[in-house]
Design a protein around this ligand. Structure first.
Ligand SMILES: Cc1cc2nc3c(=O)[nH]c(=O)nc-3n(C[C@H](O)[C@H](O)[C@H](O)COP(=O)(O)OP(=O)(O)OC[C@H]3O[C@@H](n4cnc5c(N)ncnc54)[C@H](O)[C@@H]3O)c2cc1C
Length: 332
């Protein structure tokens, strides 16, 4: 992906790299706009990549079924056609309209300039609920994982999973045939995961330890050993591990978006039929938007993104055509 110097103007700056933002980035390229996409997570894909990459989705037009990760991989492939500037692990904190066709976007890392904005921030910047154990943050770059996107990384390794929901149980079952040893700890005796999955778990070779939680992490650059504590008796035991996966869910909030001076209703940006917000030049698409009859579905975001991009194109250049023409007639 290309990377513009931060002082340079982008035609379109897209805030949020979920499915709606990714498709908007592709579409911006199709309209020959220079595109910058900013995403707070270390990966593109929004809720789909973070929350249900291995689940099948059945309501994407043209795909009888597709896993979340396959859908995001396909979107990544589609985006690459136009080489947008993608900034990951960068959270947008503030936006300001200087004048028509000049927006200043301030993130936790940089300041960006753009002619129009498209907000595709879903349910807000979201991040994993973190393990609250001393020193945990230092292992996030090595072997403390909040996201699992590639099962093969755990081949032949000793993996400790912490959590009691579907993700914890599903990851344990998926890693069982791949990893050398899978241990699952949960602070309650009962799991919140589907009954059927829990039955499979208990019949598997996964070592299940409850009601127990991670009390301490040990190791220089990587976690090598974990102290587990029984939640009722306080009794501790040590476990040698190669990887720790924590699945305590995700927290998201509109956060700074609520302070950007936009018309917000029920935690969403009110848009008109052009997908334009209450501030001319700021458009939105996907779950972050609201209007009468709005549905929070990927297919709906895929429809809203081209509407936002094409209208943003006309906002930037009032002489431009609204209609993009048909991609099947284009030489891409
Ligand atoms: C378990 C589950 C199953 C689902 N199954 C289906 C299904 O089968 N079919 C279907 O159609 N829909 C399904 N959905 C809903 C679907 O995932 C959402 O409608 C879709 O992800 C919305 O896409 P989006 O791009 O609008 O937002 P998101 O996917 O929420 O992406 C928004 C992105 O913006 C980023 N962001 C937000 N604020 C900032 C900021 N300030 N700075 C930088 N980045 C920011 C976020 O980190 C996030 O990555 C499901 C949802 C869940 C939770």
């Amino acid at each position: 992906m290309s990377s513009q110097p931060s002082g340079e103007f982008s035609d379109l700056l897209i805030i949020g790299g979920g499915p709606a933002g990714m498709f908007a980035a592709f579409y911006g390229g199709m309209r020959k706009a220079s595109v910058k996409l900013i995403e707070s997570m270390p990966q593109l894909g929004g809720q789909v990549a973070a929350l249900y990459p291995e689940k099948y989705i059945y309501d994407i037009a043209g795909f009888p079924k597709i896993t979340g990760q396959e859908l995001i991989n396909n979107l990544n492939e589609q985006i690459k056609l136009f080489n947008p500037d993608i900034r990951l692990e960068e959270k947008v904190l503030h936006i300001e309209k200087k004048e028509e066709r000049h927006f200043v976007v301030t993130t936790d890392k940089d300041v960006h300039h753009a002619r129009a904005l498209i907000i595709t921030a879903g349910v807000g910047a979201f991040e994993p609920r973190r393990l609250e154990v001393e020193g945990a943050a230092q292992y996030e770059k090595s072997n403390l994982h909040y996201f699992v996107s590639d099962l093969s990384k755990f081949q032949g390794r000793r993996v400790l999973i912490s959590g009691g929901g579907d993700s914890a149980v599903d990851w344990a079952l998926m890693l069982e045939p791949i990893a050398e040893q899978v241990t699952l700890v949960h602070r309650r005796d009962k799991f919140r995961a589907h009954e059927h999955s829990v039955e499979k778990l208990l019949a598997s070779s996964v070592q299940v330890i409850t009601p127990t939680e991670i009390a301490e992490l040990h190791g220089e650059d990587r976690i090598e050993r974990v102290t587990l504590a029984h939640c009722k008796t306080g009794e501790t035991q040590e476990l040698e591990v190669d990887d720790v996966i924590v699945t305590f869910g995700f927290v998201s909030s509109l956060g700074p978006i609520a302070e950007w001076g936009l018309n917000i209703e029920s935690n969403a940006i009110v848009v008109d039929s052009r997908m334009e917000s209450s501030i001319p030049g700021i458009f939105a698409a996907g779950d972050i938007t609201t209007y009468p009859g709005k549905l929070d579905l990927i297919a709906v975001g895929f429809g809203e993104a081209p509407t936002a991009v094409n209208n943003a194109k006309v906002y930037i250049d009032p002489e431009a055509k609204l209609s993009p023409g048909h991609s099947s007639n284009m030489k891409i």
